[in-house]
Design a protein around this ligand. Sequence first.
Ligand code: PMP
Length: 396
Amino acid sequence: MDRSHMDKELQQDLQSRREANLYRSRKTLDTAQGPEVVIDGKKYLAFCNNDYLGLASHPDVVASLKKATTDYGVGGGASHLVIGHSRAHHQLEEELAEFTGRDRVLLFSNGYMANLGVISALLNKHDAVFQDRLNHASLLDAGLLSGARFQRYLHNDVDNLTTRLERTEARRRLIVTDGVFSMDGDVAPLPELAQLAKQKNAWLMVDDAHGFGCLGKMGGGVAEYFDLPQDDLPVLVGTLGKAFGTAGAFVAGSEALIETLIQFARTYIYTTSMPPAVAAATRTSLKLLRDESWRRDHLQDLVQYFRKGCEQLGLQLMDSASPIQPIMVGSASNAMALSDSLAQQGILVTAIRPPTVPGGTSRLRITFSAAHSKEHVDQLLTALERTVSPLQEEVA
Ligand code: PMP
């Protein structure tokens, strides 16, 4: 097949995606992450990053990164097991272990790779994996990659999961769930899942990418929110690119779990370590995340203020108390039109469409950060009143 033939075939696929209103495109940011950003010379108020605590551009985090770059250089240089594991990585692992109350922590270059690495290291074709149907793509891909028998249970439905567990025999059975669901903002019923895992002799893994730093008084995420003992949540994944404002991910658990990952997790073994300066910057983020609880309080105030404002406008929100506050609009074309119209008013909110979410559940995914103010929320509400309220009335 020559190249022009290949391109023609690819163009056809791209065109079908465009026609279905599912085409994705990027915007190029000329500023740091924050409530106000500049794109192509135009200022916007942004409600779409995951910088929940406003740490991505925090001066102390930036200063730590700069200093550590002087000490360590830029690149990780090699994989952790060759010579890429620096003192900064090691210290961050130890501090995260202490913070999460786990025996040990292992750093990964990002959350996608952490999830692929963990599930494929723990399971093979003799095993079974049970995933919430709204789990993040990286968890679903990881389950498929592992070769284990793969089942998706109904969202947060412990009865449905129980039935599936009862009819599945396997060497190992792993239940996997997001802690806070990335596109819905609701929280997994972890105490019930942990209880079920114990009863049925299954293992439980939680990806708390969106809860860690935001939930719990100290920011310990869903584990702290539900006050779950370590034994009830043996595999805990957190990411560093969201509330921490840096990049990378970690897995927290027992000595045996972490040693297993070091020996068998291919996405740990065969990749260059994250830049050591990022690990050093994350140590500063961790300190801020733990000590500055006002960031979580302020974030929660903003979320409640927004929800009250929406109620007054008659806008339907989903059942979420997290900084992820989606407005369901149904079709992909509506979601795109609303997002475009908000952008024209200087407000950035991303339209989330299939396959990221199930068909017919396209939505505007609004996310808040501790860097936002109530005035920012007022501006968002004014724009939503103009743009989304008429549509919801039309649909109702
Ligand atoms: N898990 C969840 C629930 C996520 O939302 C994401 C990213 N959006 C990831 C994992 C992947 O993390 P990373 O961006 O560090 O690859």
